[in-house]
Structure formats: C-alpha cells, structure tokens
Design a binder for this molecule. Structure first.
Ligand SMILES: NC(=O)c1ccc[n+]([C@@H]2O[C@H](COP(=O)([O-])OP(=O)(O)OC[C@H]3O[C@@H](n4cnc5c(N)ncnc54)[C@H](O)[C@@H]3O)[C@@H](O)[C@H]2O)c1
Length: 246
C-alpha cells in the first residue's frame, strides 16, 4: 500500500534515539523529507545521516518556548511547508511517588508535556495556513491505566492525551489530524535499566509475550501520518502487545 508520504515534510522530536529514530528512518523509506530534532545537534545530525534518506538534523531543546518557535519558523522557511509533526521527545525519571522530588516531576512534565505544547503551538498555525497536517504525539499506556513507579510521568502523558483530543477538536476544520500513540514497554535507551530478570518478569504481563521494538511503534506512527489515516483524529491508540486493552 502506498502511504502517500512521498515528499511530505515531517518533523520528529526525540528523533536521535529509540522510537523517534525508528520513525525518522521509516519515513525516509516512504520518501518523506524528515527533520530529526533532538537536544544535541550532533546526535540529531548523526541520526539523520543514518537514515540514508532525505533527512536533516536540528539541535533543539523542546522545553524552550522561544527556541522552539524560532527553530520551527526556520524549518518552515527552509522547506516551505510542514506536513507532519511527531512529538517523541521524552524523559522518564521514575521512582515511587512519595520518594521522588518536585525537580524530577518538573523535568518529566517539562519535556513530556511542555515539549508537546511548545511544538504544537509553533506548528499548528503553519498547518492551518496550508489547510492540512498530521500530528502524532507519543504518550504511554501509563496515561490510560497508570503505572507504579511512574506516577508523575503518567500524569504528564495523561495530559498529552487530553491536550491532543482538544486540539483535534479545535483544528479538525483545518484538515489537521491529531492522534496519540500509547506504547507499552519498548526496548530503547529509556528502558535500558531493565535487567534480564526484570524483563523476563515484565514479559509475563504481555499477552504477546515480548516487549516492543521501536519499529513496532514507528509502524503505527507512520500509518497515522499517512494519507491513509485521513479520517482518524483525536484517538489514543495503544501499541503494546496486549498489555492493556482499552
Ligand atoms: N520506551 C518505552 O518503553 C516507552 C513506553 C511508553 C512511552 N514512551 C515514550 O516514547 C517516546 C520515545 O521514547 P524512547 O523510548 O524512544 O526513548 P529514548 O530515550 O530512546 O528517546 C528519547 C529522545 O528524546 C530526546 N529528548 C529528551 N529531552 C529532550 C528535549 N528537552 N528536547 C529535545 N529532545 C529531547 C532524547 O535526547 C532522546 O533522543 C517518549 O515520549 C517516551 O516517553 C516510551
């Protein structure tokens, strides 16, 4: 199936690692022009090169409103349009809630929630002026069913789901689709803390008896960005090996 993604300009935050990186690579295979955004320019540029396709790396801290506005304005000026935005930048501090401190809540909320707000705020007027665009925000299954040791992270991700549905309602009339992908545990740098024993234990909670690979999640993200998903908006879709079924 042709996903109708050829020559589409798509921004991927958190694109230097894990799910974002797999998404950027898959998009270039579909012929999209990809802008890989990540905290460190060198990492973003390296990931862009690794795709082997039409990809550019940009260093940007998504928590900084003014920097995000300026960078997305520059990207728009350079490419002339922005068709897709994937907000995959994220951090997980973790820990039993009563043992964590406000500094770690703030870090998670700054990146996982404000990062999404900042990038959407800068991109939506551009997409509205084009009368079209696709946004995919990455939340987590924790946003739907909660997760021990991840309460403040789950709070940020739950807010991303509510925010995404709200802007989907505001911008449907501009032919902008806004959806959320909620991954289950996926093997990336974020979950590198899992020991083989922990992994074996966690897998027992997954009906499909394996953890996710970045490509499992990227496949859904790319489908939602595609011209084949044009009547899907405001949805929070789990890709999770059956961990939760809601
Ligand atoms: N891996 C999982 O099990 C899992 C599960 C559910 C949800 N998620 C979510 O999926 C998304 C991707 O995570 P991943 O597993 O690929 O993790 P990852 O750590 O491999 O990648 C996250 C990327 O975000 C970047 N980033 C962090 N803060 C940033 C900032 N301020 N500005 C710009 N970039 C920043 C990091 O540098 C990194 O490249 C995240 O939003 C994460 O919360 C992951």
């Amino acid at each position: 199936m042709d996903l109708l993604l050829k020559d589409r300009v798509v921004l991927v935050t958190g694109g230097a690692s894990g799910i974002g990186k797999a998404t950027a690579a898959l998009l270039t295979k579909e012929g999209s022009r990809v802008v890989v955004i990540d905290r460190e320019a060198s990492a973003a540029e390296a990931a862009a090169r690794e795709t082997g396709g039409d990809a550019t790396g940009v260093g940007l801290d998504v928590t900084r409103f003014d920097d995000v506005r300026a960078a997305i304005g520059d990207i728009h000026g350079r490419f002339g349009r922005i068709d897709g935005l994937v907000n995959a930048a994220g951090v997980l501090a973790g820990g039993r809630f009563v043992e964590t401190e406000p500094a770690s809540w703030k870090r998670e909320i700054d990146v996982c929630l404000y990062g999404v707000l900042n990038c959407c705020h800068a991109t939506l007027p551009i997409m509205a002026s084009q009368n079209g665009g696709q946004i995919v925000n990455i939340a987590s299954d924790a946003a739907k069913v909660g997760e021990g040791q991840m309460a403040s992270y789950a709070a940020a991700k739950g807010a991303v789901v509510a925010f995404s549905k709200s802007i989907a309602k505001e911008h449907g009339r501009n032919a902008i689709n806004v959806n959320v992908v909620c991954p289950g545990t996926t093997k990336t740098a974020m979950t590198a803390f899992l020991t083989p024993e922990m992994e074996a234990k966690w897998i027992r909670s997954y009906p499909l008896r394996r953890l996710g690979e970045p490509l499992d999640i990227a496949n859904m993200i790319v489908f939602l960005l595609s011209g084949r998903a044009s009547w899907i908006t405001g949805q929070a879709i789990s890709v999770n090996g059956g961990y939760s079924m809601c």
